[in-house]
Every structure is written in structure tokens, then in C-alpha cells.
Design a protein around this ligand. Structure first.
Ligand code: E4P
Length: 217
């Protein structure tokens, strides 16, 4: 499963990249707002740092407007994936851009039928939002399972990009279900290392090693 960083914070991305923990990046208008950065500038910097897909979201709501914005965004680099909302105009845009060889990430997916539509429109990625479904009392994880089943039934090439991932259990569950990618805030990716027995083990091995008085030369 590929790991995408769900952030527009360049320092956080740099730290993950140094540890080989980032295969791509997803941004959205809220993350851009949080970063305080200029959108084009931030995405250009991220796309230069990370080789894998970097999602940049259109904000127009009509097809012509989305195409115009996508035209500007895809000039940034060949690793830019244009993020479009799962609306009729969004999927018209998806079909047009995919036909021209541009990666599209269909975002704000909350049903398996929406995911089916996105695959038929040639999306490179479908982004089902787990956490936001959990927030309203619907099990987000079931959506991933349904999409996996449908995509496998028809051999769709669209990659399932589990989004709105909020904690390590989400990561574990989507990995078990065979999501192709998950995108999570950097803090969640670092949390995957955590186990108290790992910390305790390192501590006791170091203290025993110190007691031997040896060094590794
Ligand atoms: C994904 O592309 C979205 O940017 C993101 O995962 C949304 O997460 P949130 O629901 O925690 O805002």
C-alpha cells in the first residue's frame, strides 16, 4: 500500500521523504489555508520534492472552469493529479483530463456508486473519505470494502486512495482490505511506529549494552 501525506506543509513532507515514508501527497483547499501558503507556490514546491503523485484540487464548480484551472495546475509538473469533486461536472472534467493522459483524483467520495462512476470516467484515483463517514455514524471502512469488491469485479484500474484517515487503526483496516493507497496527516504516519514494548526493549538493550562496556568498531 502506498503512503501519501495529507498535508501542504513542506517541512512535514521533507521529514517523511527523508525517512522514505512518502509516495505521494494530497492537498485540498483547507490544507492550503492551514499552510498559509500561496497555492501554486506550495504545490510547485511539493511536486519538486516528491516524485509520486501530488493532488491539487480545482475550486471551480463548472466543467469549463475546472478545465481552465486544471490547465494551469497540470503545467506544474507531470506528477500533478488534478483533484475534482464527485459531481457531474467533476466527472466530465475527469473524463476529459484522463483522456489527455492527466491523472485525476476523484474526491469527496461517500458511496460505492460514486466510486463506480469515477472508475467509468477513467479516474486514476478514487478518494473515499473514511473519517468523515465515521463522524456521522456510518462505518467508513465498509465503503472501502465495497469499492474493492466492485473494482475487482470489473478489473478497474482506478486506485483506491483511502482518505480522511484519522488514526493507525484506519491504516491497518484499509491495508487489510487492499486499498492501493492511503493518505494520512504526517502525525498519523509517524504514529505507526509506536509501541511501548519497542521503546522499552530499546531502553533495556541499551542499558545492558552499556553495562558490557563494549563499542562496535
Ligand atoms: C484527502 O484527499 C483529503 O484531503 C483528506 O483526507 C480529508 O481528511 P479530513 O476529513 O480529515 O479533512
Amino acid at each position: 500500500m502506498k503512503f501519501f501525506a495529507d498535508t501542504a506543509d513542506i517541512d512535514d513532507i521533507r521529514k517523511l521523504a527523508a525517512a522514505n515514508l512518502v509516495d505521494g501527497v494530497t492537498t485540498n483547499p483547507s490544507l492550503i489555508k492551514k499552510s498559509g501558503r500561496d497555492f501554486i507556490e506550495a504545490v510547485t514546491e511539493i511536486a519538486g520534492l516528491v516524485k509520486g503523485p501530488v493532488s491539487a484540487e480545482v475550486v471551480a464548480t463548472d466543467h469549463a472552469g475546472m478545465m481552465k484551472e486544471a490547465e494551469r495546475l497540470r503545467k506544474i509538473g507531470s506528477n500533478i493529479a488534478i483533484k475534482v469533486p464527485l459531481t457531474p461536472d467533476g466527472l466530465m472534467t475527469c473524463k476529459a483530463l484522463s483522456g489527455e493522459g492527466t491523472m485525476v483524483n476523484a474526491t469527496l467520495c461517500f458511496t460505492a456508486n460514486q466510486a463506480l462512476l469515477a472508475a467509468k470516467a477513467g479516474a486514476a484515483f478514487i478518494s473515499p473519505f473514511l473519517g468523515r463517514l465515521d463522524d456521522i455514524g456510518q462505518p467508513g471502512i465498509e465503503l472501502i470494502a465495497d469499492i474493492r469488491l466492485i473494482y475487482d469485479n470489473y478489473d478497474f484500474a482506478t486506485e483506491i486512495l483511502a482518505a480522511s484517515v484519522r488514526h493507525p487503526i484506519h491504516v491497518l483496516e484499509v491495508a487489510k482490505l487492499g486499498a492501493d493507497v492511503m493518505t494520512a496527516p504526517p502525525a498519523v504516519i509517524w504514529q505507526l511506529f509506536n509501541h511501548p514494548l519497542t521503546d522499552k526493549g530499546v531502553e533495556s538493550f541499551l542499558s545492558d549494552w552499556k553495562a558490557t562496556g563494549q563499542t562496535i568498531a
